[in-house]
Design a binder for this molecule. Structure first.
Ligand code: MSP
Length: 508
């Protein structure tokens, strides 16, 4: 059986959810919904990363106990997940008991394998990134990300990352598809080739973290704690269960490019040291800018995804995020781009197709799915376009090419609009000849069958609207398997209703 374990990063609770969080969660949700419709066994994980200095400081600034703060903020992120229509199977929090258990167990394994030793760290740390930086990486007194750094000197446990250099290189050479896109694979390889230093994995100057087993002066480095979440959710340290074996290492870790290194270097090394398989697939997506500029609070140009949902609609936002930017590349948000996508792809192409066909059927075919006559070459070609989608879309999703997924369905919509213009079913209605009437019905059947395919395949991206579309087509059977049976004739259709209102520019 096909299994898919899809994960988003677990999000820091220092501030409110933003477009970056929404983007990855929607992407993960689209993949999860797709594989469920395919009949796969799916686990889709998202959640919250609740420890570390950054969150301790955020709580302190609010005058709150960190636990009180994360309990409140975790609810905000849970609500975000719901508000964007995401359907995780697991929402994990790193302050849960099960996670302490898993993180401590992993630590124990690394002690046993001789991969952890006590030493002392001195160097630069950026709380904002929760990351260590090398002297050579510091630019004008700041981290390469622009985050402020502080010099740190403290006793610390280290993970023998250097020992795993060759094993990591070999793994990525044997499985280059483990990191996508390819440019990111290359980036990771050259980083490893540049030499890996042992990693400081504990801190002593604050206490908001998972305690290091056997040493109450230390808490775990937040990334070591956080990365473990992916196996906590599978029941680690019990790895002899169906849950664990089904989903590990079948993981697809989605994340932004800025946190690739943690996932593609530290995480697989921890796993190898613990004698577990590295994750199958790590996909780093790009970053969104707003009107060509980096989003930042100081510039005041941070895009609020919840305002976008209010203005344009949830499915419209989900579609835009998936379709506008090739998954893996950086992209730019602007209202103009969003309006243009909605108006051209959704209102004009898809909305009009559905509206034209359904109102024509309502007026001229007794509001029922007609029985087709013999198919012409053109009819067959149209039917083939949607029948071929299945394999194309599986391939798109196996590669996480979410934009291609939308594009390939969109191509069929464009083709269907062309087909209707060329076939002119309205002209066949007028002749009064029975064979013309039958041909008209055949054309309508082909169009309805095409729309059924489009509606079913677009469900992962636009679940609510496609649900309404399939209601209008009188279809209760909505999985990919159901597409193997041809559209049934004779079903009575309800009165058509518009799916995607055009956005008038002034309104936006
Ligand atoms: N807690 C860590 C992840 C631990 S996973 C084991 C973390 N959390 S975060 O809240 O900072 O998550 C940020 C996520 O949002 C990252 O994937 C990051 O790439 C993404 N984005 C932040 N700003 C973004 C954009 N402007 N555009 C797209 N994604 C961006 O990191």
């Amino acid at each position: 059986m096909t299994t898919r374990y899809i994960t988003t990063p677990i999000y820091y609770l220092n501030a409110a959810p933003h477009l970056g969080h929404v983007y990855t969660t929607v992407a993960g949700d689209v993949l999860a919904r797709f594989w469920r419709l395919h009949g796969a066994k799916v686990k889709f994980l998202t959640g919250t990363d609740e420890h570390g200095q950054k969150i301790a400081q955020a709580a302190e600034a609010l005058g709150k106990d960190p636990k009180v703060h994360v309990d409140e903020m975790a609810e905000v992120f849970r609500r975000m997940t719901k508000d964007i229509g995401a359907t995780p199977d697991v929402f994990i929090r790193t302050t849960e008991e099960r996670h302490y258990k898993a993180a401590s167990a992993l630590w124990g394994r690394l002690i046993e394998s001789g991969d952890i030793y006590l030493g002392s760290y001195s160097g630069w740390y950026a709380v904002r990134d929760e990351a260590y930086y090398d002297e050579s990486e510091i630019v004008d007194g700041k981290a390469p990300t622009g985050a402020p750094v502080e010099f740190m000197e403290e006793p610390s446990y280290f993970f023998r990352l250097s020992k795993w250099e060759n094993a990591l290189l070999k793994y990525y050479e044997d499985f280059p598809q483990a990191i996508a896109p390819l440019s990111r694979h290359n980036e990771v390889i050259s980083f490893i080739k540049g030499g890996l230093k042992d990693l400081s994995i504990s801190r002593t100057n604050f206490t908001w973290g998972v305690p290091v087993p056997g040493d109450k002066d230390h808490v775990m480095y937040v990334w070591m704690d956080a990365l473990t979440n992916y196996i906590t959710a599978l029941g680690y340290p019990d790895s002899d269960t169906e849950n664990f074996k089904d989903f590990w290492p079948e993981s697809i870790h989605l994340m932004g490019k800025d946190i690739l290194r943690f996932h593609a270097i530290y995480w697989p090394a921890f796993l190898m040291a613990a004698k577990l398989q590295p994750p199958k697939r790590i996909f780093a997506h790009g970053w969104w800018t707003a009107n060509g500029q980096k989003m930042s609070k100081s510039l005041g140009n941070v895009v609020d995804p919840f305002k976008l949902i209010e203005t344009y609609g949830l499915d419209q936002l989900r579609y835009f995020l998936m379709r506008e930017v090739p998954f893996g590349q950086d992209g730019d948000f602007s209202n103009a781009a969003m309006i243009s996508r909605i108006n051209s792809n959704l209102a004009n192409d898809l909305g009009n197709l559905v509206q034209r066909v359904l109102s024509f059927v309502a007026k001229n075919a007794g509001a029922r799915i007609p029985t087709p006559g013999d198919f012409t070459d053109e009819d067959r070609e149209m039917l083939a376009a949607s029948a071929q989608l299945h394999d194309i879309l599986i391939e798109d999703m196996n590669q996480q090419l979410l934009h291609k997924y939308c594009e390939h369905i969109g191509d069929v919509v464009v083709k269907a609009n062309r087909y209707i213009d060329q076939q002119r079913p309205w002209s066949l209605k007028k002749t009064g000849r029975p064979e013309d009437e039958k041909h008209m019905e055949t054309i309508l059947y082909v169009l309805l069958e095409t729309i059924r395919h489009v509606g079913i395949y677009y469900q992962p991206v636009m679940p609510e609207t496609m649900g309404r579309l399939l209601d209008q087509l009188g279809q209760d059977l909505r999985t990919f398997e159901d597409l193997k049976t041809p559209l049934k004739s004779g079903i009575t259709l309800p009165a058509p209703e518009p799916l995607f209102p055009r956005i008038e520019t002034e309104a936006a």
